[in-house]
Structure formats: C-alpha cells, structure tokens
Design a protein around this ligand. Structure first.
Ligand SMILES: C[S@@+](CC[C@H](N)C(=O)[O-])C[C@H]1O[C@@H](n2cnc3c(N)ncnc32)[C@H](O)[C@@H]1O
Length: 276
C-alpha cells in the first residue's frame, strides 16, 4: 500500500480544523506534531484538486508550509505508541490503546487501537459525544452509531449497558478498524456496516441515534435520522462548529426534534435532541 505523506507546519489553532478538512477529502491518518501535523492518504484515494482546494482556503490564515513525501508501508501501531496518550473523559471513562497499561479506578475502559485521528477521544467532537453519552441512560436500549469511525461511540454505548448496538461508516478502512476495536472490547457479535444511512437502510427504530459526522451530511440526513429515532428517544449530533448550531437546530426542529442540551469545546459543538 503506497501512502502519500504531507508534513504540514501551521498555526496551532488550525491543526484540528485542517485534520477535519483533510479527512473530508480522503486523508485517513494524522499525527499531531510540535509544528502542526503529518497527514497521510493512500495514493489511490488522493485527489490533488480536492487537496489543493483545502490548502488554498487555509494557506494564509493558517500560515501553511507543506513538504510532500511518499511512504511504502506505515507501521501505525509503532507511530501511535510514540504519539498517542490515553485520555480520560470525566472521572468515569478511560480511553486507551492495548499497549497502554490498564487503570482500574475508572468505571469504563474503552480500548481503541488507533490508526486515525478521529475516534480516540482526542478530537473535541468525540470527547463531547462521549461526555453527552454519559448523561443518557443506555441500559437495555437499542443504539445506532452513524459514521462510527473507530467505533468508539458504539463501544461506549455497549459499556453503558445498551442491549443492541449497530454501527456503520462509509470508509472501508474504518470498518476494518472498527471491527478490530469491537473485538477488543468484547463485542464480537457486532459487525460494523459499510455505507451511508441510505445505503445501509437500518431496520426498525432506535432509542438512541449517534452521529458525529459533519454539517453538510447531518443537514442532508437529518430527516432520515428522524425516521430512525423512537418517540422520546434521543439523537446525539456533533461534527460541526458552534456557529453552525443554529442551522442544525432549525433543521432538527423541522423534522420533529427538540433540543435538550448542548456542549462545546475548541469551537466544536455537540447537541442532544429528543424526538417529540
Ligand atoms: C468525525 S468522524 C467521527 C468518528 C467517530 N464516530 C467519533 O465520534 O470519533 C466522522 C466519520 O464519519 C464517516 N462518514 C462521513 N460521511 C459519512 C456518511 N455520509 N455516512 C456514514 N459515515 C460517514 C467518516 O468516514 C468518519 O469516519
């Protein structure tokens, strides 16, 4: 597998935004560095045009300096061991890789063997979704995770007592990694699906629907989510900035949701809705 490597120097405030934007155009692995980030994409998935569009948009504001290279084979585990620290979400949840020692003082431990930036709890949106999940009763509930990435939110749902968990993602690579993580967390019977919500067409309704994707996808798919959430069930959304809350809220209201609570971190937002 040939990977292209982009060593990006940027202003610190732009690191997370660039990761999100590059993930949108197909980059699947990121390492945060002292001066910015290293971003990786499989050569066959790379579109110079989409990449350049992102670079042009942030070139001046983020003070970008980029060096391009090529990598034959990346040993992500080795890379992550150097760069990935375990993370605590509140006092209850500890997210770590299998190479980190366990910590018994946490009620829930989530094992993620990370090969990408999203879905380790380090990204604000993942952290916010996990924090919101902790405020919701999952016991015996049917839960679906849309845009599951590493599967971390589905795993959280399982640890919080959900009786049935489904998950899917459009990225084949995430599906492989997600299934690996489900195995690591004792969820051998859960298999991550591949595709969008339209393609996967989940059956029946759910008590809790989780979707941490991005503003455009959420606005486009909210009507479908509405058909998936049971009356008085919950929809948890993230993947957008605080200045987009109003647009998301408006759309959600128009398809039958009421806003219950919101959190934000580093300009990213997360909302909990109830189906009325
Ligand atoms: C921001 S990441 C979130 C990952 C994980 N759920 C988390 O909270 O850390 C968004 C994920 O959504 C996936 N994705 C993007 N568009 C999608 C779509 N239309 N349907 C399903 N998944 C999608 C991406 O491949 C990516 O893994």
């Amino acid at each position: 597998m040939q990977y292209l490597e982009f060593k990006i120097n940027c202003k610190e405030d732009f690191r997370e935004i660039l990761i999100a934007e590059l993930a949108e155009v197909g980059f699947d692995s990121f390492l945060e560095t002292d001066t910015g980030l290293d971003a990786y994409i499989e050569e066959k998935s790379f579109s110079r045009e989409s990449y350049q569009e992102v670079v042009n948009r942030y070139q001046d504001a983020a003070d970008l300096e980029i060096t391009e290279g090529m990598m034959e084979k990346v040993n992500w585990n080795e890379e992550w061991e150097k760069h990935y620290d375990p993370i605590a979400v509140g006092e209850e949840v500890y997210v770590r890789a299998s190479f980190h020692p366990a910590k018994s003082e946490f009620k829930h431990e989530i094992l993620i063997n990370p090969k990408m930036s999203f879905g380790t709890g380090h990204h604000a949106t993942t952290f916010l979704m996990l924090s919101h999940q902790l405020t919701i009763d999952h016991q015996g509930k049917r839960v679906i995770d849309i845009g599951a990435g590493t599967g971390i939110l589905a795993i959280m749902a399982h640890k919080l007592g959900a009786s049935e968990v489904e998950a899917f993602d459009i990225d084949e690579w995430c599906v492989d990694n997600g299934n690996e993580n489900f195995d690591l967390n004792g969820m051998k019977d859960v298999k991550m699906g591949l595709g969008t919500v339209r393609e996967v067409a989940p059956q029946g309704t759910f008590d809790i629907v989780l979707a941490n994707i991005n503003k455009n996808v959420l606005l486009d798919e909210l009507e479908i989510y509405a058909s998936l959430v049971k009356k008085q069930g919950n929809l948890l959304l993230s993947g957008f900035y605080t200045h987009d809350i109003e647009d998301i809220h408006e759309k959600a209201k128009s398809v039958g949701f009421k806003l219950l609570s919101q959190k934000d971190k580093d300009n990213w937002a997360a909302l909990i809705f109830e189906k009325i």
